[in-house]
Design a protein around this ligand. Structure first.
Ligand code: HEC
Length: 175
């Protein structure tokens, strides 16, 4: 206690007490701070850097389409797994590789990493794309909806162009 009061006396004397960050340092396991969320302008700028057709994606429609996924998936950094796995960082991630999620055998052994093209086929018809998977979702038949939800996920799930490149070179051809 004594140390804390000394510390706060120092903070006050340094004139920092008004900055609103008086929370004591967290104890327990240190947690990496979540990456800063992109501003709307940064999202639009990122959209423009995506390859066609995603650069022409409609983020608002993507958000609306993603409402159909939200009952099973979160997309925030470190967000919980629900019926489906958290999708933050999904681009460049090996399919079925979130250690805390219990995937189907089909998904765990799929042997590829997610990119826009894979996601497009998956979302068009999950059942035929990966037989035996357990995502009970019929799919998005509309190509524009798929384009928009993929563009939305690119800007919302921490996609980085370098990750995409690494994923492309690490992707083993489907046998
Ligand atoms: C009814 C719940 C449900 C809905 C709705 C749903 N999903 Fe899923 N999703 C799952 C489950 C369960 C899995 C794991 C499948 C497996 O293990 O076979 C999954 C897996 C995935 C994966 C693979 C993740 C990984 O870690 O490899 C992606 C990508 C995905 N879903 C995207 C979507 C998108 C985008 C939508 C909306 C268009 C959607 N899902 C709608 C339940 C759902």
């Amino acid at each position: 206690m004594r140390n804390i009061s000394i510390l706060s006396a120092v903070v006050v004397s340094m004139g920092l007490s008004g900055c609103g960050d008086n929370t004591p340092p967290a104890t327990g396991t240190p947690k990496a701070p979540p990456p800063p969320a992109l501003t709307e302008a940064e999202k639009v700028a990122m959209l423009a850097t995506l390859p066609a057709p995603y650069s022409a994606g409609d983020l608002e429609n993507g958000r609306r389409v993603f409402a159909r996924c939200r009952s099973c998936h979160t997309i925030t950094p470190g967000g919980p797994n629900m019926t489906g796995p958290n999708l933050y960082g999904v681009f460049g991630r090996a399919a079925g590789s979130d250690a805390k999620f219990s995937y189907s055998h089909a998904m765990r052994t799929a042997g590829f990493s997610w990119d826009a093209d894979k996601l497009d086929h998956w979302l068009q018809n999950p059942r035929t794309f990966l037989p035996g998977n357990k995502m009970t979702y019929p799919g998005l038949p509309d190509a524009t909806d798929r384009r928009d939800v993929i563009a939305f996920l690119k800007v919302e799930t921490g996609f980085k162009p370098e990750t995409a490149k690494a994923a492309a070179s690490a992707t083993a051809p489907l046998s």
